[in-house]
Design a protein around this ligand. Structure first.
Ligand code: PSU
Ligand code: MN
Length: 304
């Protein structure tokens, strides 16, 4: 299979791949479905700038009219941010979107698949999908978790969002063999809050040490991702109490409107933002920036 039958990699990123320069993959569902306009554009640009400020090259990933794009133009970012036709594309949807020549934003799962095809080892996002609250009845488990079990990409995030069942998400990650690392913390962060009440598997205090773990894992052919979590800077955190109230309310509304499947995560994100009067959105932007900076440092230390 020739990759360029399907994938357009920007010249800058192609050069970086060949020269083994540090690259950080970035997802696009956060642009189309994770944040409202115009903060979504502001965030997409700010995250790329943060990666650059930390001496790595950003590779934002999406599908534009059936072409997989690694590295987006400003026009493409604007398109994803403003067009309601843009589909949320996870592993299940990827081949369909490409073959049918539609446009889509990539989730953590599909961004990992594409990053791995392009040989990009490190990926920064806000939060991953996981086991939803009530999953014992709905079986709603994000495809992000299964992807982490098999695709060799390091995902840097601010922990799991409290819209999920964090305890069950950790159990699932343990079952599928994904190490959960806390950067300079032994507490698993809960996205908007620095602590979730759960512990990470390993506290690691340097980006170089994390890069060494990646190399070791993949040298040993232990396939699958590594989840690196970093807490939101304390001055920007929202307390678990405030967040839980908003989240419970959002989940009740989602239930009453019968929201299911791929729509549930975007629905909850936007409701929570509404219920916190935009405070959660501000926190979201701060933590993504923080995650991108760490991802750039890990990428700079990683040697395949
Ligand atoms: N969590 C967030 N913001 C997001 C997402 C998750 O705080 O934008 C997006 C990511 O793209 C993630 C996806 O991969 O939602 C998970 O969706 P689902 O639960 O349907 O797998
Ligand atoms: Mn789901």
């Amino acid at each position: 299979m020739k990759l360029d039958n399907y994938i357009d990699i920007s010249p800058e990123i192609l050069h970086a791949i060949k020269k083994k320069l540090p690259i950080v993959a970035l997802e696009s569902t956060i642009i189309s479905h994770g944040m409202p306009y115009p903060k979504n554009i502001e965030t997409a640009i700010m995250v790329e700038e943060t990666v650059r400020a930390n001496d790595a090259i950003p590779a934002t990933i999406a599908i534009i009219k059936g072409r997989i794009k690694v590295g987006l133009t400003r026009n493409e970012i604007d398109f994803l941010a403003t067009n309601d036709e843009v589909q949320k594309v996870s592993r299940r949807d990827l081949a369909v979107a490409v073959a049918q020549k539609t446009s889509g934003s990539t989730t953590v799962a599909s961004t990992m698949i594409i990053a791995s095809l392009a040989k990009i080892a490190v990926f920064a996002t806000g939060g991953i999908g996981g086991v939803h609250r009530g999953a014992e009845n709905t079986l709603d488990v994000s495809a992000d978790l299964e992807e982490l079990s098999k695709t060799n990409v390091c995902v840097v995030c601010a922990g799991a969002k409290a819209i999920l069942d964090i305890g069950l998400t950790l159990e699932y990650l343990e079952t599928i063999g994904v190490p959960v690392i806390g950067y300079k913390t032994s507490d698993l962060p809960a996205f908007y809050s620095t602590k979730s009440g759960f512990k990470v598997d390993y506290r690691i205090d340097s980006a170089a040490d994390i890069a060494q773990i990646l190399k070791t894992k993949w040298d040993l052919s232990i396939d699958g991702g590594v989840l690196v979590t970093i807490p939101i800077p304390q001055e920007f955190e929202l307390t678990l109490d405030i967040m839980n109230k908003a989240i419970n309310e959002a989940i009740t509304q989602a239930d009453s409107e019968n929201i299911i499947g791929k729509d549930i995560t975007p629905y909850l994100l936007s409701k929570v933002n509404e219920l916190t009067h935009g405070e959660s959105l501000e926190a979201n932007m701060k933590l993504i920036k923080n995650n991108a900076a760490l991802a750039a440092k890990i990428a700079s230390n990683y040697e395949s």
